[in-house]
Design a binder for this molecule. Sequence first.
Ligand code: GAP
Length: 509
Amino acid sequence: MTTSTETQQPAAKSMDDIVALCRRRGFIFQSSEIYGGINGFWDYGPLGALLKKNLKDAWWQDVVQQELAGPDGRPVDIVGLDSTIIMNPKVWEASGHVAGFNDPMVDCRETKSRYRADQVMVATPAGGDGAMYAFPEGDPDSIAKKLKKARVDLDTCEIRPLTDIAVDDFTRIIGPDATEAGTLTEPRQFNLMFETHIGAVRHEDAKAYLRPETAQGIFANFWNVVDTSRVRVPFGIAQLGKAFRNEVTPRNFTFRSREFEQMEIEFFIRPDAAEQWYAFWRDTRYAWWQSVGLAGDNLQLREHDKDELAHYAKEGAGTSDIEYRFPFTAPGFGELEGVSHRADYDLKAHATHCGKGDKLQYFDQERNERYFPHVIEPSAGADRGTLALLCEAYTPDDSRASKVYMKFTPRMAPIKAAVFPLVNKDGMPEIAEKLYRQLRKRWMIQYDAKQSIGKRYARMDEAGTPYCFTIDGDTAGDQAVTVRERDTQSQERVALDQVEKYLAERVGG
Ligand code: GAP
């Protein structure tokens, strides 16, 4: 996980509590839970599916549908795409994924656990050639017991990544979950792409891959889109969809999953315009994450150092990450979206591999010249984004029956409002049901008539519903309802025929 520690303000929320609420309220479940689950795969329950959909819809609306003004003051032109998960395997040869999409992996012979070597740290006590203690990156507490037993003070240890340690010294290392030294294997490269076979025969020639990123579907379709859509450089292609990576150590809830969704834009530009478009996308995307509710100190924009850059970005305009301080990364941050200048690496690679070479150069009519456009790529994760929304919204509050409420922005809230009859008699359910049916034509609305009004508020607080409308004994007479606002818990009276307008002004849509 990329973590950085530029500011030292820990997020005081417990990840265990957030995971428990997600399970209890139906935001996120372990995939195949009734069979004991499957590591690295997650399902979204009724509330989670709505939350994630709201995030993806907002991305599509704000990227593809709505007009943005570019750095040149002209409208930014972006079109959508929906390409397949399984593509011709040559795509992944051209992109470099077959040869290079690897993580270094170590196994523990004692516990049969598997770790990503670059995510294991090793504590070496000062002086001497005794045992060395391995632990997962970002979790030094996990070796506290072992060190205590061995009477070693962590503060006196030198901490280094496992990948910096000579293989000869592996005999001294006690693995993260092991009791004996020398059980970790030498790191070896592990390709993260999931393989499958096409057709009835499981033959090497029939081998194909589940896409590890949506981006290559965009690059492979660049020429189709140019030929059919009247787009001209600068323009972008946006795609949202599943990606699959056989992560060595999936962890931190949905943060590192084996199946996840990406929201990617490949924005094609003239090579000499890279700096201005890179800065534009970096700032636009950072502002977007703020707009969906990650507006506080837990969001940061981090420009990469030159030595961190991917091979295609080395000489480019730059790469930055938009990062969120999750409870499990605090005080560090974890990546939500990367914005990078990929130069002309991918288009050139596909042109070369398909055998057409420079014939596939783009013809710029305005300049009367041919070139491979450069690319600025804002590449975001929908699952990490959803997880950040959940972590940010989670607000402990002892004054409430639920002890916690989810402070989603109205645009992200899975359910925009709830409608309650105070009691199930005296004509209240009839009025409440009518209002419910009216509102649900426009928004996700929940009707709840069960248990006390306090318990119903508590349920809506945990779901993050911004407004609750209650039809009470006075409604039939004064034609008004009580609306309760989630964050302040304040209540006011609103005319029954003004409820829809009231809600539209506050949640949009
Ligand atoms: N096309 C560029 C690309 O795929 P990436 O940094 O590997 O870049 C982009 O992935 C985004 O996809 C990340 O910022 C993250 O939000 C999401 N992502 C990557 N691997 C993930 C995983 N194993 N689980 C969940 N999200 C992941």
